[in-house]
Design a protein around this ligand. Structure first.
Ligand code: G
Ligand code: G
Ligand code: MN
Length: 540
């Protein structure tokens, strides 16, 4: 059974993998979100820009509707009106032209001989024009004009710096912001290097539009365009290189590093917890118990005088899905988890079923069962075991010498209960532990099972060659029966016979076997012999 290790490489690798997958998934989700946000920011900017221009243009439109007739506009009475218009930061010039195209006044100057500048358009709404060269102004200018009911027109010259400032926005060297002609896409004013999609025709444009494609500068670019509400023939276009929008600029490295480390630690903790749960030895044993994977083997206990069967020692095995397990691998865990109690009760139940006929026929048939401190220290289990005495009359409980020493008082009380119930107690592996003789003599014991090392030493020149004899003498003094374990050879069996050891157990007499083998090899023939004896007695 695999012991749960505190920190295994597999747990670390698994945690790393899980963290990596989660972090990557989160990272890509963040990148996607950031890319989407970057495009959304451009679109929002286009919206803000058109809103701002629309607001200014409609305010100017409202203002240009006031001011009275042409003579009033250019007279002293129109001076406050002209001053108010010129006070707007986005306006640097104001011209009043009559219906024939003569310029009557400009800013606060009134022309005695009005120069001809161009006939105003007949439409009465606000008109944007430019870029155009105007007398008295350096460079191309943009104007807003409004024809009034009498056919005259007021024209304002927009501050080029103001318009440019409106467009100014942080784009890369290849991105741009432009005020363009909605029909043709020709830029009227731009910041950045203007370029348009190779194939998709954006213009004429009459509603907000976005696309991302290859531009004629051979770059992949994102574009968002929107016409002005007040001047639909004008549009704002913003474009930026896709590569720049795709760069997750706001993903903070330390944040991700910290998050990954914390995520890894958390995952490792969870993985270890899951692993511990999966590897929980108690869990595995409990499952095995539920699925009846434990079974009994029986090793013959024979009488020294004629090697006839006196009983069996019951030994547990685990029919594990990956192969039979010996008790050394699971009994310690069963003891630690306390599961040994339930396992022993189940073992006793199997005994009553598998050996029922011999138990009924021979009340003296010894059935030796191994028990341990968790059982002895638990009065409920003690009583459960005692309840089996009626069905297993020859029940013997084996406990090792060292285990006998644990929690002496409770042990003594339980042993007393067993004795009252008529159950014999055997000290297992006797001679290997540290039980004081005085202590031994006080306990209600019946059998000493001499450790197999003493049998192995018999007839050799080992230091303990004669110890079995000593044990045998001690047992006699304490009025205990002796069982010799580990009898593997005929000489050993004979020697034990000579020593007067009552019972023997070992491979020479029989290996641990299942109940069917026990019946076919030992019990059926014994039964036959008895039957023969009866027949002989009856018929002579
Ligand atoms: O049968 P085997 O030699 O594998 O047994 C190894 C050890 O496991 C022995 O010391 C024996 O006492 C112990 N053992 C075997 N079966 C049981 C059992 O049913 N209960 C307990 N408590 N110990 C057992
Ligand atoms: O500790 P305990 O006496 O319960 O141990 C009994 C175990 O000893 C059995 O599980 C069995 O497998 C083992 N055993 C029984 N007979 C012999 C034997 O002759 N030689 C050896 N080496 N082991 C034996
Ligand atoms: Mn034993």
């Amino acid at each position: 059974m695999e012991r749960p290790s505190a920190l295994s490489t597999s747990a670390i690798l698994l945690s790393l993998l899980i963290t990596l997958i989660v972090v990557l998934a989160l990272y890509f989700q963040q990148v996607k979100q950031a890319q989407h946000d970057a495009r959304q920011r451009l679109e929002n900017h286009v919206q803000r820009l058109t809103d701002s221009l629309d607001l200014h243009f409609s305010q100017i439109n409202l203002q240009l509707q006031k001011g009275g007739s042409l003579p009033e506009l250019c007279s002293a009475s129109g001076q406050s009106f002209r001053a108010a218009v010129l006070a707007r930061p986005e306006i640097i010039g104001l011209q009043v032209v009559d219906r024939y195209g003569y310029l009557h006044c400009e800013n606060q100057h009134r022309f005695q001989n009005p120069p001809h500048t161009g006939k105003p358009a007949a439409r009465h709404n606000l008109r944007f024009a430019g870029p155009q060269l105007l007398n008295g102004y350096d460079g191309p200018q943009f104007t807003l004009a409004r024809t009034r009911l009498d056919g005259s027109a007021i024209r304002v010259v927009l501050h080029p710096g103001w318009l440019r400032n409106q467009l100014r926005q942080l784009t890369s060297s290849l991105g741009f912001v432009a005020l363009v002609n909605s029909d043709t896409g020709v830029p009227l004013m731009r910041v950045g290097s203007y370029s348009l999609p190779v194939q998709s025709p954006v213009f004429p444009l009459d509603s907000p539009y976005r696309l991302e494609t290859l531009f004629d500068n051979q770059r992949q670019q994102f574009l968002s365009a929107q016409p002005l509400l007040t001047q639909p023939q004008l549009s704002i276009v913003i474009s930026e290189e896709s590569v720049l929008l795709d760069q997750p600029m706001d993903l903070v490295f330390p944040f991700w590093l910290g998050g990954s480390i914390a995520g890894f630690a958390l995952t490792l903790m969870l993985v270890l917890r899951a692993k511990r749960w999966l590897n929980n030895p108690g869990r595995e044993l409990r499952t095995a118990m539920r699925q009846h994977q434990f079974y009994n083997l029986y090793q013959p206990l024979v009488r020294s005088e004629d090697f006839s069967l006196a009983g069996v020692e019951v030994l547990m095995r685990w029919d594990h899905p990956e192969g039979t397990r010996s008790p050394d691998t699971f009994i310690p865990i069963a003891e630690q988890t306390g599961l040994i109690r339930e396992m022993t009760v189940q073992q006793l139940q199997r005994i009553t079923m598998e050996l029922s006929s011999i138990l009924i026929a021979q009340h003296s048939f010894r059935v030796s069962v191994n028990i341990c401190p968790p059982i002895i220290n638990d009065p409920a289990t003690v009583e459960k075991i005692i309840a089996f005495k009626s069905r297993i009359p020859g029940l013997i409980l084996e406990i090792t010498e060292n285990q006998m020493l644990e929690e002496c008082e409770v042990t003594a009380r339980s042993l007393q209960r067993f004795r009252e119930a008529g159950i014999s107690i055997a000290i297992d592996d006797f001679g290997t532990g540290y039980c004081g003789l005085a202590y031994l003599s006080q306990l209600p014991l019946h059998i000493l099972k001499a450790d197999r090392s003493f049998v192995a030493a018999l007839g050799t020149d080992a230091v303990n060659a004669d110890l079995l004899e000593t044990i045998q003498q001690l047992a006699k003094k304490l009025d205990l029966m002796t069982v010799a374990e580990g009898v593997e050879e005929a000489e050993q069996a004979i020697r034990l016979q000579e020593l007067g050891v009552e019972l023997q157990q070992g491979w020479y007499h029989g290996r641990p076997m299942n109940s069917e083998k026990l019946y076919s090899r030992w019990l059926d023939s014994q039964q036959q012999q008895q039957n023969d004896l009866i027949l002989e007695a009856v018929y002579g």
